[in-house]
Design a protein around this ligand. Structure first.
Ligand code: NOJ
Ligand code: CA
Length: 512
């Protein structure tokens, strides 16, 4: 099922900022279609598009006002359908972004739900039964309508929580997931899923997938709900893929998700790698990979060594890789990202090391995230080739630093990050052991020291990956043999007696 995920390498497109085709300063579907060949040539065979539905864009589209209609600024439903077809023609797959937990306050369901008199949507959202009572552990809106109640919020103040019920019921207004209201919400979301999959979409990245049922600390209610989605998929769309923003693969995979994301918040220690004061992938050699590996291992074991944990290079919610790492350091970061289990996700522009644009005023609910959402840098023409609009009309301003990276310049430079990423994707695509389902065994990951070493295997082949981001040579003892060098950046690691000698700032993939 969803076999295509086995060798998928995803490219995340933030549609506002990728390619504007009609000069209005905002990226759109036609722009994405124009750039599909670029993505394919890089080696990515799948894309994830952030929410592209009708929305007041108070949270960049994560505040949906109509699940069935795309935002006119991106094009029409027909254009999106064409995008699916164009992707499929290139043997690529497309995930849309499903936001099942909340809508915009402008969604017609919510407008109905605010009314004092009972109607079909009264129980579509989580409401308490008095305006003075707050839902436990959640913020809420009160005093916004004649309805006597406060409505629970999932994220920003304009994102009221849809009602999928409560696992543990402690209040009269809390409903069981089996009650008619929560069941109707679930059916409504299933209809949305069916609609887009029927139109040619290949699946969804699912926003905040682990928090649909409330008072559900162990996730049991939410897991049960997703299992029903999976049963529906297996029946009607067996090739569809669902990837969760959950961060607990033991739960999400049990819920039937095909893969789960490693998150940059919570206990993952992901930020230790690229985004803390002393990241592991910096050449200063002060970082620590140990806690990350411990946590990764724990999740890997808990999810029966399925390894379906997607590690992103970045995303629209976090700092750009380039905020802390140099182009050279990013090459080693990608040697890691592209040799781990689970499908890798490249955030648009990370393949050229696009920078976080400092000092921007928040755009559409981006706040500090806005600097990671700036327009793609294609070349050195006006607006970096993103749009023909006047610069002041751009959705977010472009990075205009004199030495900013561009696709064009990096394509012309054989030693660029772009070429290294492309090469690494190529190696991954040609070696099943390195792909989503190949096993991983950590060989060396010790406290406050380099390198990081692990073996990927698929029963036919075993590949030892050794990465030393630090500027000093390091070594470790191992009984593993040293075979053919499949890939190296910097000088390849070599074995002397029982010891691997690992040159500074290097990555090696060796058959063992
Ligand atoms: C996670 C999304 O990635 C983020 O951008 C959004 O603001 C929240 N969920 C709320 O939907
Ligand atoms: Ca446009």
């Amino acid at each position: 099922m969803a076999k295509w995920l086995d060798n998928a390498v995803f490219y995340e497109i933030y549609p506002q900022s990728f390619q504007d085709s009609n000069g209005d300063g905002i990226g759109d579907f036609r722009g994405i279609i124009q750039r599909l060949d670029y993505i394919r040539e890089l080696g990515c065979n799948a894309i994830w598009i952030n929410p592209c539905f009708l929305s007041p864009f108070g949270d960049a589209g994560y505040d949906v006002a109509d699940y069935y209609t795309v935002a006119p600024r991106y094009g029409t439903n027909e254009d999106l359908k064409q995008l699916f077809a164009e992707a499929h023609r290139r043997e690529m797959h497309v995930l849309l972004d499903l936001v099942p937990g909340h809508t915009s306050v402008e969604h017609p369901w919510f407008r109905e739900s605010m009314k004092a008199e009972r109607n079909e949507y009264t129980d579509r959202y989580v409401w308490t039964d008095s305006v003075w009572e707050s839902p436990e552990n959640m913020s809420c809106l009160r005093g916004i309508s004649p309805r006597d109640g406060a409505v629970a919020l999932n994220f920003f103040s304009m994102q009221p929580a849809l009602n999928y019920g409560y696992h543990r019921i402690t209040k009269s207004w809390q409903q069981s997931p089996d009650a008619p209201g929560p069941r109707a919400t679930f059916q409504a979301m299933l209809d949305v899923i069916r609609f887009w999959l029927s139109m040619g979409c290949d699946g969804f990245r699912v926003d905040m997938a682990g928090s649909l049922v409330k008072n559900d600390e162990e996730g049991k209610g939410t897991i049960a709900l997703w299992q029903k989605v999976r049963a529906f998929l297996d029946e009607e769309f067996p090739e569809a893929a669902f990837v969760s923003e959950w961060g607990e693969p033991d739960k999400s995979l049990q819920g039937g998700f095909h893969m789960d994301f490693l998150l940059h918040f919570g206990p993952s220690h992901y930020n230790d790698l690229f985004r803390c004061q002393h990241p592991f992938f910096s050449s200063e050699g002060k970082g620590d990979v140990y806690a990350f590996v411990e946590k990764y291992r724990e999740n890997y074991e808990k999810s029966e060594r399925k390894g379906l944990i997607c590690i992103p290079s970045g995303n629209h919610d976090m700092d750009r890789l380039a905020r802390r790492l140099s182009q050279e350091e990013m090459k080693l970061a990608f040697a890691f990202l592209l040799s781990m289990p689970g499908a890798p996700f490249l955030y648009y522009g990370d393949e050229i090391g696009m920078r976080y644009v400092e000092g921007l005023t928040s755009v559409e609910g981006g706040y500090a995230r806005t600097g990671s959402r700036s327009p793609m840098q294609w070349d050195n023409t006006a607006n970096n080739g993103f749009s023909s609009a006047a610069p002041e009309k751009l959705y977010i301003r472009t990075d205009d630093a004199a030495d900013r990276p561009t696709v064009k310049a990096q394509m012309a430079d054989k030693n660029s990050l772009y070429h290294e990423v492309r090469k690494l994707i190529g190696i991954r695509q040609s070696r099943p052991a390195l792909q989503s389902r190949g096993e991983i065994t950590f060989v060396y990951a010790e406290k406050n020291t380099c390198p990081l070493a692990y073996v990927r295997s698929d029963g036919r082949e075993r590949i030892l990956v050794i990465i030393n981001p630090s500027a000093s040579e390091c070594r470790f003892d191992s009984r593993l043999p040293s075979g053919e060098v499949l890939y190296n950046y910097g000088e390849a690691a070599r074995k002397e007696g029982g010891t691997f000698i690992v040159p500074p700032c290097s990555a090696s993939f060796l058959t063992v």
